[in-house]
Every structure is written in structure tokens, then in C-alpha cells.
Design a protein around this ligand. Structure first.
Ligand code: AMP
Ligand code: GLY
Length: 404
């Protein structure tokens, strides 16, 4: 089977690495990919938002499955576009249509959805330029810290957590009225602050049945010991010690099942991944956010733990038979550590040469921001490599990474 993966980060390299191990895989393409994906497949120079070019490529190369890594093409309607074209009827998109992608694309949509289907989440109030005064009044009634979320996609930067009431009001205005996060913050969701520890839970679904993938936890701060500025993700582990069987059962019953049923009840035909950003508040799960894709760098620990054939799971989506497929995991712990460019997440340079891959013997280096040049592999982003290792627990996985 021929498959095309859309995206160019560590998540897409990990998906490509896993799919390349399938006995049913014929040609694997990645658009646009990076220096790592070109080791397991063929990179294609197509922008993730150029649906027309993507479609022509799929027809030309007899691609049967397209796996969409990032959210932007999904929220932008890649699945809807493929569905409108009769000549693409044979191509399955792994990822929801525009409406389902609103779970990530609009915080207001996802909060309304959760409220309607009784899915535990923080209480909220939605503010637009028309009801800004009501937004201020709402903040007056709350206790600090104040959580303000841009409604639309803001590249992971649209959430502010503020201790001071006056500052929260000022930021609310700058989001709603002065487009602090562009069009994305013309609507803002004010949320009750939830105090707890977070875990990412992933599900693959064909819209009828679903399979839960290994849970993972990402670490977003730049500094040692979870300190300093926020980043796109500095590392991840799976499994997550506190997310034990009992907790995941609660997530399943209180969050996953009502979400899948809710989507069906709303007539939203959802296929692909659902990422549940969960917070554990005194043993009970609450949804912090939904994403319509896998997480990064969580995928770099989830894929290595997946023992089953990922292509078979995708084929289960294509044929609507996901319920008949098995999902098995490696019981060991996987940990990934992100190597970043000096200066990241502030100013950093691109184009620095990377050497020494031959010394990485016991870990898998997933490429996040690299490209191939005549001079060799060079950095092409702030987050450069996610190096994943196994161990019997988190400590030993991290040690494996250090001693080679
Ligand atoms: P989001 O983009 O919605 O995932 O929010 C980004 C981050 O802000 C989350 O990963 C949490 O760490 C934090 N956050 C979001 N909503 C809340 C909340 N209601 N209470 C506490 N922390 C939150
Ligand atoms: N690691 C969080 C995300 O992918 O959004």
C-alpha cells in the first residue's frame, strides 16, 4: 500500500518510522518531511496546505492513505476537499473533516460540546467584542489565577494564565479588541483554573469504534527541572506513572466514550486521532483541551511503544473495521529528550551542521527540525532532534540516552 504523510516534524518522522516497519507498506511519501523522514521514505516538496497539489500527487502515485500530522490542514479542510472530488474516492484521509477538527480549531466549540455531553472540563465564559463588559464582570467574580484562551489556532501560544485581575482585564481586551493573537483571539474563552497534573491520552477512531493508544506526558519548559520559558515541547515519557489503569478507565468512561458518542449524536463523522489533554484533579480527569491530531513530542514515545502494525490500524479506518484490529504495547518506558538550537525558544540560528548520528546506538533520533544539504544534515528549526530511549522506568530510559 502507498501512503503519504503530511508534515515535517518529529511527530511525522515517528509516524513514518513506524509505518515503514509494516510488511504491507510499499511506497511511503512525506510532504514536505525532513532529513529523518528521507531515511525511511521519500520526501515530496508539497506544502501541507496545498490540497490541490496533494490530490494530484496522490492520484499520480496511487496513494491510498494520507496521514495528516499537524492541525492546520485538518482545520483548513483537507479531508472535506478530498471528499468533494470523485476521482479521490479511493483515498482515505486519516484525520477529521473541518467540523470535527473544530474540537481543536475553536475552544468555544469544544467547550459547548463538552457541556452538552457532560464531559468534565473547567467552567467557562465566552467573550467577543460585543460582550467585553460582561467578560470583565465575569473576571470580577472569579478567583485568581485567570485562564484566558484564544478561541482559534494560535500555534500553542494562545493561552494566558494570569494572577493579577487588572492585568487579566487588560489582556482580555488586547486579545478581543486589539487582535493580540490575530483573528484567533477575536473570541476568547475565560476558564476556571484547574490545579493538577497533566497527561495526554490518544485515541484512534473510525467514527464507530476506537482504540486507546499509550498515554504520554510532555514537558514544555526549556529549563532543567521544568523551569523557564514555555516551548513547543522539550521531551515526553510514556507510560505516565500516575495515569494507571484505574485513572485511564475513568478517562475512558467519563471522557472518551461520551466524546465518541457526542460526535455521532452531532452527526460529525470523525475519523483519525483524538488527543485528549487531560488534567488529573484529585484523582478525577478533566479535559483541558482536545486536539484533532497526535501530540508532539508525545508521538516520539507513543510510536516506539506501539507493537501493532500501524498501517493495519489505518486500514481499519479505511474499511470501517477498526474494531477488529488489535492494539498491543511494549510495557517498557520510553522517554524522549529534545535537542534544540542554542537560544531557543527565543532567537536562534538555523543551518548548523549536525554530526555524530553514528554514535547513537541504543536510542532512536527522530528528526524534528532538520534538512539535508550538500554539506550534510543541518538544523532547520528550534527543536532539532527528539532522541527516544527505552528503559524499565523513566530513570533508566534517560540513563540509556546518556551513556552511549
Ligand atoms: P491548551 O492550549 O488549552 O492546552 O492550554 C495550554 C496549557 O495551559 C495547558 O497545557 C495547561 O498547562 C494550561 N491550562 C489550560 N487550561 C487550563 C485550566 N483551565 N487550568 C489550568 N491550566 C490550564
Ligand atoms: N505536546 C502538545 C501538543 O502537541 O499540542
Amino acid at each position: 500500500m502507498n501512503v503519504l504523510i503530511i508534515g515535517s516534524g518529529g511527530r511525522e518522522h515517528a509516524i513514518a518510522w513506524k509505518l515503514a516497519q509494516s510488511s504491507r507498506m510499499e511506497n511511503l511519501y512525506i510532504a514536505p518531511g525532513n532529513a529523518g523522514t528521507s531515511e525511511v521514505g521519500i520526501n515530496v516538496d508539497i506544502s501541507p496546505l496545498d490540497f490541490k497539489k496533494m490530490a494530484s500527487f496522490a492520484l499520480e502515485k496511487n496513494v491510498k492513505i494520507i496521514v495528516v500530522g499537524p492541525e492546520a490542514p485538518l482545520v483548513g479542510g483537507i479531508h472535506d476537499y478530498f471528499e468533494t472530488r470523485e476521482d479521490l474516492a479511493e483515498v482515505t484521509i486519516i484525520g477529521p473533516k473541518k467540523e470535527g477538527a473544530q474540537l481543536e480549531g475553536s475552544k468555544d466549540f469544544s467547550k459547548k460540546f463538552m457541556k452538552k455531553f457532560n464531559i468534565p472540563t473547567a467552567k467557562y465564559f465566552t467573550v467577543t467584542p460585543e460582550n467585553l463588559d460582561a467578560g470583565y464582570a465575569h473576571l470580577d467574580k472569579m478567583v485568581a489565577p485567570y485562564v484566558l484562551k484564544a478561541d482559534g489556532l494560535a500555534g500553542g501560544k494562545g493561552v494566558l494564565i494570569i494572577d493579577d485581575l487588572a492585568l487579566a482585564k487588560k489582556e482580555l481586551k488586547s486579545m478581543v479588541k486589539d487582535a493580540k493573537f490575530g483573528e484567533a483571539s477575536s473570541k476568547v474563552v475565560i476558564e476556571q483554573f484547574l490545579d493538577g497534573i497533566e497527561v495526554s491520552v490518544f485515541v484512534i477512531t473510525d467514527g464507530k469504534s476506537y482504540k486507546i493508544l499509550p498515554a504520554a506526558k510532555d514537558y514544555k519548559r526549556i529549563g532543567e527541572g521544568d523551569t523557564g520559558l514555555n516551548t513547543g515541547g522539550m521531551g515526553a515519557v510514556s507510560p505516565v506513572p500516575f495515569a494507571n489503569r484505574e485513572f485511564i478507565d475513568k478517562v475512558d468512561n467519563q471522557v472518551i466514550i461520551p466524546t465518541i458518542k457526542g460526535l455521532r449524536a452531532e452527526g460529525i463523522d470523525y475519523s483519525g486521532f483524538i488527543f485528549f489533554g487531560i488534567i488529573n484533579v484529585k484523582g478525577d480527569p478533566y479535559v483541558i483541551e482536545y486536539n484533532c491530531r497526535l501530540g508532539d513530542p508525545e508521538t516520539e514515545v507513543v510510536m516506539p511503544r506501539l507493537k501493532s502494525d500501524l498501517l493495519e490500524l489505518f486500514d481499519g479506518i479505511a474499511s470501517g473495521t477498526l474494531s477488529e484490529r488489535d492494539v498491543h504495547f511494549d510495557p517498557r518506558t520510553a522517554a524522549t529528550v529534545m535537542l534544540v538550537a542554542g537560544g531557543y525558544p527565543e532567537k536562534y540560528k538555523k543551518g548548523a551542521q549536525i554530526t555524530g548520528f553514528e554514535n547513537v546506538l541504543k536510542s532512536v533520533p527522530f528528526h524534528a527540525g532538520t534538512s539535508e544539504t550538500k554539506e550534510g544534515i543541518v538544523t532547520n528549526g528550534g527543536r532539532v532532534l527528539a532522541v527516544t530511549s527505552f528503559g524499565k522506568d523513566i530513570e533508566s530510559a534517560l540513563k540509556t540516552l546518556m551513556i552511549q
